[in-house]
Design a binder for this molecule. Structure first.
Ligand code: UVW
Ligand code: MG
Length: 222
């Protein structure tokens, strides 16, 4: 049986994926670059710094800015993003997530956060979810971001268990790849168009019940 669940935050626990998109769209517009929702799929789960690089590439501005200027642009995006997440609270937790966290606790399953966002701990506090998490992996301390497996490996380590003993839950392609490489069992939140047809998927977070996780785990470990 699985001993831990490693959660992505943006787009799995709450709808910050949308706020990230709006903040990037605003910054990109200032740089003369247009991004749409399709392109945004490639930013999901990707660190702030790497997202900026992808946007500059997308606008044929790959080497236009110095490292220092890039750092300032990334900070500006974070400023836009932070101004929209201040009012997030328990009401914004996606359907079924609080119930799942409670069920996992009741079954003594350990819970970790494996988010690329440096704002993860702030958001957990805002949503009153901090006490459920046995570990929050620090994205600033892992060598490589998603799709590398590092953040999921770090989260499993923070729980004192192996990634192979964990389920990872993600809404991004980069995140699913990271989970697979870590050797945890992935569950995707999204469509086959977004995440592929070869992994277990739910379209809505309220399908993420303990029973669903349990059955999914058993069907992959017989
Ligand atoms: C990501 O880049 C995913 O998050 P943040 O900008 O909140 O660190
Ligand atoms: Mg996500």
């Amino acid at each position: 049986m699985f001993k831990g669940v490693l959660f992505d935050l943006d787009g799995v626990i709450t709808d910050t994926a949308e706020y990230h998109y709006q903040a990037w769209k605003l910054l990109a517009k200032e740089l003369g670059i247009t991004i749409d929702r399709d392109f945004n799929e490639s930013l999901k789960g990707v660190s702030r710094e790497d997202s900026l690089k992808l946007i500059l590439n997308h606008g044929d501005q790959t080497n236009k800015y110095t490292l220092e200027e890039c750092a300032r642009l990334a900070e500006k995006k974070n400023h836009y993003y932070l101004s929209t997440i201040q009012s997030i609270g328990p009401k914004d937790v996606f359907p079924g997530i609080l119930a799942l966290l409670q069920e996992l606790k009741a079954h003594q399953v350990k819970i970790g956060l494996a988010s690329a966002s440096k704002n993860g701990p702030f958001l957990l506090e805002k949503m009153a979810l901090t006490s459920f998490f046995d570990t929050v992996a620090d994205p600033a301390k892992v060598p490589f971001g998603k799709p590398a497996p590092d953040i999921f490996i770090a989260a499993a380590k923070g729980l004192n268990i192996q990634p192979e003993e964990c389920i990872g839950i993600e809404d991004s392609k980069a995140g699913i790849q990271a989970i697979i490489k870590s050797r945890a069992l992935p569950i995707g939140v999204g469509t086959t168009k977004e995440l592929g047809a070869n992994i277990p998927l739910v379209t809505k977070t309220d399908q993420l019940t303990y029973d669903y996780l349990h059955n999914t785990w058993n069907s992959h470990h017989d």
